[in-house]
Write a protein that binds this ligand. Structure first.
Ligand code: NAP
Length: 295
């Protein structure tokens, strides 16, 4: 029935984020079923007795709500194409992947055509907030549908922001990630500049983290950069994808973003140096190379 509480939840995409979100939903008492394109990522779930669906269609048949957490627009298109091969009557599909506005709206239309409802609910927060259920959900879609999904989202996050109709979660996420990408790039440039003018990087990070610019993000990322820990929390190839989505949307809407365009080229260089699967903070290494630091 349309207003019954959601119990059976499917998860498609068990990467850094989807894996943690699915485990948190299971811990909160939801009946979780998972599937992933590469079957190896389902093994930790099977080991804990969490059902693994062989196909997206099998998962859709078994679940009332389906959370999608895949790489980007092309992956979402593929998943939705597979999902809509079965009827989705009364089912809710929650896309948490960061994708283009066009992909969000196309997914919503295809899901509606198959009888389901759709929320776009991309997240702010990275690996650790996903693991500790502290994500911020930026939700677009119908308020009643969101109300029905609220307990599920609350099991995976600390804040649920209803941004507006379908598409507004995606719009909000792109705006937030513009700030994120430029901030981390500025932090990286600051550390390179500081060392070049004869300052100790640690002292500079401490000065930043002691003043009005202090933030959990800058503290976490400056600590990781100083330790040269580039293990992926938010992989660099995903932020590069997001900057491209941002600039594409900016171009369509007459927003002129000179700094973001320059930052894109730094991330482009990091990608060309094979750093796509390292953390976003690995852009520091590209800036160091450009400034003549020895590797
Ligand atoms: P990830 O670790 O790279 O995982 C990506 C997932 O997408 C994997 O399960 C992958 O399956 C699946 N996938 C890729 N292409 C697919 C396709 N064509 N069909 C089906 N599945 C496909 O990425 P993540 O870090 O979890 O990020 C997921 C989403 O959250 C992205 O949109 C990202 O921008 C967003 N996000 C990430 C963070 C973060 O800090 N990591 C923060 C906020 C938002 P395989 O295992 O088969 O490759």
């Amino acid at each position: 029935m349309h207003n019954t509480p959601l119990k059976h939840i499917g998860f498609i995409g068990l990467g850094i984020m989807g894996r943690a979100m699915a485990f948190n939903a299971a811990r909160a008492g939801f009946a979780v079923t998972v599937t992933n394109r590469s079957p190896d990522k389902t093994i930790p779930f099977a080991e804990q007795g969490i059902p693994v669906a062989a196909t997206i269609q099998d998962l859709a048949k078994a679940c009332e709500a389906i959370v999608i957490m895949v790489t980007g627009p092309e992956a979402l298109d593929e998943v939705v194409h597979a999902l809509t091969r079965v009827p989705l009557t009364d089912k809710v599909i929650i896309n948490c992947s960061t994708v283009s506005l066009a992909a969000t709206l196309a997914a919503g239309a295809a899901i509606a055509q198959a009888g389901g409802s759709c929320l776009d609910a991309p997240v702010s927060g990275s690996k650790i907030p996903a693991e500790t259920a502290k994500l911020v959900f930026l939700v677009g879609g119908d308020a009643n549908t969101l109300e029905r999904c609220h307990p599920l989202l609350a099991a995976m996050g600390s804040t649920i922001l209803h941004c507006g109709p379908l598409g507004d979660g995606t719009r909000m996420k792109l705006a937030v990630n513009l700030m994120l990408a430029n901030t981390l790039h500025a932090l990286s440039e600051t550390l390179v500049f500081a060392e070049k003018i004869g300052l100790d990087r640690r002292a500079v990070a401490n000065a930043i983290n002691s003043g009005v610019m202090a933030s959990p993000l800058l503290k976490m990322k400056s600590d990781a950069m100083l330790k040269r820990d580039f293990a992926p929390h938010f992989p660099l190839d995903l932020v590069f994808k997001d900057i491209n989505l941002i600039l594409d949307e900016a171009g369509k809407n007459g927003a002129v973003l000179p700094a973001t365009s320059a930052v894109r080229e730094s991330f482009n260089s990091a990608m060309a140096h094979g750093r796509g699967r390292e953390d976003i903070g690995a852009v520091l290494q590209t800036l160091e190379l450009m400034s003549g630091f020895k590797p």
